[in-house]
Design a protein around this ligand. Structure first.
Ligand SMILES: Cc1ncc(COP(=O)(O)O)c(C=O)c1O
Length: 455
């Protein structure tokens, strides 16, 4: 009997948790992500708070819904040809979901990402098979950054062999939540939900869910939560960065709350230790927003989106452990610590760096050798006139392209003045005697109106 069942039926049965394909596990109203009551860390006596645990999606985050819907819609509308490659700028989770959906559907994926997203995410994107382009950008890609992840993706997406999904403008992003997350919440709360709370990144979640819930009950209260400027919570945007996404509609929210980085990480830690819920930093932020904004009244039933779990944030969390009263774990090897120390010393040593205007004066007077250590794409778009490009990671193998005269002055430069610092150390170790890194990098050079060229 059992054998026949296995042979005959297409197996997508949520009651048996048996599936034809991993994509069958994507959540929907028949297979919702869990809703779990917050009991220990809540300050409320009457208001009930439930967390929607989005890492129960097959690739670990709320973005799996969006990645799937964007690819599906693009296939259905024939916007994407079979042989095309996908390209998408991402702060990590959309890329991780897309990489796996691309694998399942036979596409390849290129992801321009900020070099500030956690190492775990960049590593796993590569492990899943994506072509990862690491760029100097804000933690959440900034559309205005000329060499950032979004600009790079737009440029690659314009080539005929590529298709860019663009979660920042693609209606399939909020629609994914309108079709799945919203109906799940309505059904799981039996229509009793009174408040919906979400952290704001692309604003796809808040837009799609609130639209669905308010169609069922126009009185559902919607609260958006964002971090302070200078935060380090991947996936969400500060109030300055939010208008850069098309779906940010503050007039439609009943509340907009700012949460400090430290508050978010503190609540994230408490969720893990006191609730045994393995929530990530943006979950802590959204919950802190709910606690701040929503009154404690009988009948309130709050649903807060918990976008992903803590496991991919070890390298972010380690920076906060000491501040949270725990001993930081040594995540770096001794050599890395030594190298970091050397870079810090270079930064502090004014003889090894040079202000942008001083560098410009030197450049005008003597045309010293300017070594640009960014990747080829960044260099090609705009660089100091006459600069030579050897990416930092190629310096050891391409040292022959450096000046023969080790007494000659050399100025190193990158996008912002960060990775040009280890280049100073490297050249000094080769015996160059007059090497300095240009503070503020190509960005500051351009902003001051100094001459650049493209190639
Ligand atoms: C960890 C995390 N939290 C929150 C969000 C915000 O969700 P949305 O982009 O739908 O606003 C994201 C989106 O990337 C995310 O990755």
């Amino acid at each position: 009997m059992a054998h026949r069942y296995w042979r005959r039926r297409a197996l997508n049965d949520h009651s048996l948790r048996t599936y034809d394909s991993i994509l069958g596990l994507l959540s929907n109203v028949d297979n919702p992500t869990p809703l779990v009551r917050i009991t220990h860390v809540t300050p409320f006596e009457h208001t009930q708070v439930y967390a929607k645990l989005e890492w129960y999606n097959p690739f670990g985050a709320v973005k799996d819904r969006v990645a799937f819907n964007m690819v599906n819609d693009a296939e259905e509308s024939a916007a994407i040809g079979e042989s095309q490659e996908l390209v998408e700028p991402t702060s990590g989770n959309t890329g991780l979901g897309l990489a796996m959906i691309a694998n399942a559907r036979g596409y390849s994926l290129t992801t321009p990402v900020s070099n500030q997203i956690p190492l775990e995410k960049r590593t796993m994107l590569r492990f899943f098979g994506a072509d990862v382009l690491e760029l100097d950008d804000d933690l959440c890609p900034a559309p205005g950054a000329p060499e950032g992840a979004i600009a790079t993706a737009l440029e690659i997406g314009a080539r005929p062999e590529f298709h860019m999904l663009n979660q920042y403008t693609n209606r399939s992003n909020p629609d994914a939540h309108y079709k799945t997350t919203g109906p799940e919440i309505w059904r799981q709360t039996r229509g009793a939900v009174t408040h919906f709370v979400a952290g704001l990144g692309t604003c796809g979640t808040i837009t799609g869910v609130s639209r669905y819930l308010r169609e069922q009950n126009p009185d559902v209260n919607v609260v958006g939560v964002h971090p302070n400027e200078g935060h380090d919570i991947p996936g969400v945007r500060s109030i300055r960065q939010l208008p850069q996404t098309e779906f940010f509609s503050p007039d439609e929210y009943d509340g907009l709350v700012e949460i400090q980085n430290s508050e978010a990480f503190e609540l994230c830690l408490r969720l893990n230790r006191e609730e045994s819920i393995t929530a990530g930093p943006s979950s802590g932020m959204a919950l802190a927003g709910a606690f701040k904004q929503i009154p404690d009244e009988p009948g309130n039933l709050v649903v807060v989106i918990f976008p992903d779990s803590i496991f991919k944030y070890a390298s972010s969390v380690v920076k906060h452990l000491a501040g949270l009263g725990s001993a930081p774990a040594p995540v770096k090897g001794k050599q890395e610590v030594l190298l970091d120390g050397m870079v810090e010393n270079v930064r502090a040593n004014t003889d090894l760096t040079v202000a942008t205007d001083t560098a410009h004066a030197l450049w005008q007077a003597d045309r010293p050798f300017v070594l640009d250590v960014r990747n080829e794409d960044g260099f090609a778009k705009s660089h100091v006139v006459g600069a030579t490009n050897v990416p930092l990671h190629d310096l050891a193998t391409r040292a022959s392209e450096l000046p023969d005269d080790k007494d000659a002055p050399v100025l190193t430069i990158c996008e912002r003045g960060n990775i040009s610092l280890p280049a100073v150390l490297f050249l000094t170790s080769l015996g160059y005697k007059d090497v300095r890194s240009i503070n503020g990098g190509t960005l500051a050079w351009r902003e001051l109106g100094f001459p650049t060229e493209s190639s």
